[in-house]
Design a protein around this ligand. Structure first.
Ligand code: 8YV
Length: 325
């Protein structure tokens, strides 16, 4: 009997076609009704699921009978109740490595855009406001040779450090669950406590995964430790930051600017961030290039097929209990 696969978000068209040629495929469509109701209905006799960006837990997976694998087209897996999946013997696979460099590029895009006021000065120019030589109001922050503090030195954090060290001659500080002495020599990366990193960095980039230890890690106290000329960048998960504390720090000019790709609630709507001229807001596009998303979809496809064909997928989250970022 043909196995059943649920596609619960948009995936690469070629991958979708390959799945449709191999399995009975049901695509969850937000336009025809409540997504959770569709998932609850279709998951009963499903063998596998593939997609990203949706909460999957006891609320919509309670009716599963034979679900073997959830293949996430993402490296982060905070959308999934891993303990519940373990309880139901459901594998969870992710797509590490293929998005590392693209996401690090985006982190530096946000760093440079925020440091040099790119969005607000672009609008200022386009609105015809450039009627005089630029002055201190238009000045940004130097980047070359400055101190970059990275919170979370996983694969993405390390790629960010490489860009800072080799590309901008930056002094690299990092805070991580463990010291990475192997990076001390090639990147002159120096471990710091979170407090020291925040106080000593000209630029702070958050690249941790979201878990119980990192939730609201960057709060009002953290922003009070940062320097007034400092630029803050978050490409991890919105809930790692107390967003209201960040808004207040920006409103009170406790830091120079911020560059954000993730938010406590997504999509970002009706936010106080929209009225601020010292924040760059992007719509969770860290891995959003055609080439990278195709690589992620292909990897997620392979993880799914391996599981459905009784092979152990290469990138399992819950079998190895390791975070691969
Ligand atoms: C995903 C991401 O594409 O991989 C991750 O963890 O955050 C992005 O690269 C996004 O989560 C999909 O919704």
């Amino acid at each position: 009997m043909q196995k059943k696969v649920i596609v619960f978000s948009q995936i690469d068209a070629e991958v979708l076609q390959k799945l449709q040629a191999q399995y009975q495929v049901v695509v969850i469509n937000p336009k025809i009704g409540d997504v959770n109701e569709q998932i609850q209905r279709e998951v009963v006799d499903a063998d596998g699921m593939i997609g990203a960006g949706r909460l999957l837990n006891e609320k919509n997976l309670a009716t599963v009978q034979k679900l073997k694998i959830i293949s996430s087209v993402s490296v982060g897996y905070d959308n999934y109740d891993v303990a519940y999946l373990n309880q139901k013997n459901i594998w969870l696979a992710n797509t590490p490595h293929v998005l590392t460099e693209t996401t690090a590029d985006l982190a530096f895009t946000l760093l440079m855009s925020a440091a040099r006021k790119v969005p607000s000065l672009d609008q200022w120019t386009k609105q015809g406001e450039w009627k005089r030589t630029v002055g201190t109001a238009e000045f940004g922050q130097d980047i070359f040779g400055k101190t970059l503090g990275i919170i979370g030195l996983g694969h993405i954090g390390e790629a960010i450090a490489r860009r800072g060290f080799h590309g901008f001659n930056m002094n690299i500080l990092y805070h991580n669950r463990r010291e990475k002495l192997e990076l001390a020599q090639p990147l002159n990366a120096q471990y710091r406590s979170l407090k020291d990193l925040l106080q000593q960095s000209d630029f702070v980039i958050v690249a941790v995964d979201l878990n119980a230890a990192s939730k609201a890690l960057i709060n009002a106290e953290a922003f009070n430790l940062m320097q007034k000329h400092a630029v803050f960048v978050n490409i991890s998960r919105g809930s790692v930051v107390d967003e209201q504390a960040l808004i207040e720090a920006l409103q009170q000019r406790k830091i120079f600017a911020a560059g954000l790709d993730v938010y406590q609630r997504e999509p970002l709507q009706d936010s106080a961030l929209f009225s601020l001229d010292n924040v760059v807001t992007l719509p969770h596009v860290g891995s959003a290039t055609a080439e990278t998303r195709q690589k992620m979809s292909n990897l997620a496809y392979q993880n799914l097929v391996d599981a459905l064909e009784d092979r152990v997928p290469r990138y399992l989250v819950n079998e190895k209990f390791s975070v691969v970022y």
